[in-house]
Design a protein around this ligand. Sequence first.
Ligand code: AMP
Length: 469
Amino acid sequence: MLAEQKGINEECGVFGIWGHDKAAELTYYGLHAMQHRGQDGAGVVVNNGNCLTSHKGLGLVNDVFKYAPFHELTGDAAVGHVRNATEGSNVYENVQPLLFQSQMKSMALAHNGNLMNTDRLRNELESQGSILQTSSDTEVLAHLIKRSGMEVNEQSIAAALNQTTGAYSFLIMTDDKMYAALDPSGIRPLSIGRIGDAYVVASESCAFDQIGATFEREVLPGELITISAHGMESTRFAIRGQRKMCAMEYVYLSRPDSNVNRVNVHASRKQMGKELAQESPADADIVIGVPDSSISAAIGFAEESGLPYEMGIIKNRYIGRTFIQPSQELREQGVKLKLAPVRGMVEGKRVVMIDDSIVRGTTSRRIVQMLKNAGAAEVHVRIASPPIEHPCWYGIDMSTYEELIAANHSLDEIRDTIGADSLAFLSESGLEQAIVRDKTIHQGICTACMTGEYPVVHDKEKALAYKKF
Ligand code: AMP
């Protein structure tokens, strides 16, 4: 897949705080709560009113902050970031926030999402004399901001954002201000909270709970928030489109205790399980979920079907997500290391196994095999989302048609590949019903990876060329 369609800031988490004397420490806690959004790198830039200081590194939040010199990271504002790197981009230079020191105004940037037109923007910038140090979209935005006007302010940020296409949330911090921006379709999540007099901005509301902050409101599509000593102001840099929050935030990515666009993630997943039980019931003895992201849907399925919910699989908490292993071989080993069947529970039973999604099919195949090896009489796989048949251009790490099993195989073929006795996916309308409960809050969700209907397309012809291989 071309870099133009896929950046490297996928599935990240951003955090910002303004007006708190423990800004760096609270950023560390906030990032810790959002560790699930990226395990490859983390960082903070703290602002003492005169200068911006950075601390960042590769690895988990705890590893990066274990030896952080907090006594040097003083200041009452900070931005932080956790990142999930794609293959080849897991290098220190790409760890965020990126910090740009300048005589005029230094600037830190943290970004979640994907800018789709960075190839062209990069070429333009380079032909005009810019030298880029990273392969990150975030650096492109920094150059656009500086090129739009000498000052980093609402106007130059808005002008830069208007040259980009994609799905993103950005946090930008200068010596005297913090800015938060969300893409015009609101595909990625971004919320504002308060702790005392301080403002907090985070990808997920679980970061607010972690630090004792209260949720204030969502950043709106196309909105640019400015936070400074004068409080918070809102401007709009783009015409606000219908909000299309990423469905995968609910299906898989976000933490169950988070509210994404004011809908609780656990509640939506439980409802996905209920809808699935109504649509595709199974003649079975017990319902089990693949930990952790499928537990909520499995509880919903069990509740709706009247079957007992059991713990059929346990997860070793000390192993990272299988998905982030760089090769298929390691990925397959990863599932074995990570999950174990509860033999005493599944032996001789007809099991309904709920998973939240099938991307490559590796996880389901391994788990079905594992359950059968543990003596399960039958394994009926129920997936709490529709088949993923199209790549994501907006920051979820599913990038090519080739890797998506549902793009290349029929339902029966997938069932046979994963070795299940039966297989069913949640319908698109079932998914939508589970998430969009209140039309006054939700106008819609982005289901491009399931339907191929991309809400943001930067080059129609190129989009069509991507339709198949
Ligand atoms: P697989 O079908 O083996 O590629 O993996 C599917 C599993 O990965 C599901 O059980 C999800 O929990 C998880 N998953 C789904 N989407 C993603 C994603 N974009 N990044 C990481 N893991 C994911």
